[in-house]
Design a protein around this ligand. Structure first.
Ligand SMILES: CC(C)(COP(=O)(O)OP(=O)(O)OC[C@H]1O[C@@H](n2cnc3c(N)ncnc32)[C@H](O)[C@@H]1OP(=O)(O)O)[C@@H](O)C(=O)NCCC(=O)NCCS
Length: 156
């Protein structure tokens, strides 16, 4: 049981919008996968640090599926949401949507799940506040994340 007070999910919810410029794209004019992954990492890091109140590092990135590309001149929208907390680590979901600002069309581009670890002043893992679990769905999500955590740690 953590001594830190629980924090609401809404307090760390993080949204970012990126305009795709030529330097973000390959020769086909679609955004590099690595560029989207960098934005995913940034968005999740902000979410983790908002929750933990400490610097956080990326510990694990689950499988990433690129569903549909985003082109130069279109927009990438990212949304990072805390799913579960453990002792010093947090599981965060990031959803990425493409948007054409001229037509208003939006489409799912990518879903990613990442684990961040909070760091103390000596760069050692530090306890994080628990996520406030308010609904049965929140409790189910935490329990499912516990199972994924076991599977990730088994791969070490
Ligand atoms: C992530 C890191 C801090 C873990 O350090 P460690 O010495 O293994 O520390 P611990 O064993 O005490 O684990 C600390 C936390 O990380 C979690 N963790 C470690 N490896 C993990 C993995 N592969 N997947 C998920 N969580 C992991 C542990 O479960 C623990 O969380 P918990 O306290 O909530 O259970 C360390 O491996 C590291 O610094 N990695 C590099 C991070 C980095 O440079 N990221 C990219 C730049 S930001």
């Amino acid at each position: 049981m953590s001594a830190l007070p629980a924090r609401r999910r809404a307090a760390s919810l993080t949204e970012m919008v990126e305009y795709v410029l030529p330097q973000h794209a390959n020769v086909a004019g679609t955004v590099f996968g690595g560029q989207i992954m960098a934005w995913v990492d940034l968005c999740a890091a902000i979410c983790a640090q908002r929750h933990a109140g400490r610097p956080c590092v990326t510990a694990f990135v689950d499988d990433i599926l690129f569903k549909r590309p985003v082109r130069v001149g279109q927009v990438v929208r990212l949304r990072a949401e805390l799913i579960a907390t453990f002792r010093t680590s947090m599981e965060i979901d990031v959803s990425v949507t493409g948007e054409d600002t001229l037509t208003g069309e939006q489409w799912p581009t990518l879903e990613a799940r990442v684990v961040f670890v909070a760091m103390d002043d000596d760069r050692k893992p530090a306890p994080v506040p628990p996520l406030l679990l308010e609904t049965p769905e929140d409790h189910r999500a935490q329990a499912a994340a516990e199972e994924r955590r076991k599977a990730r740690l088994a791969k070490r």
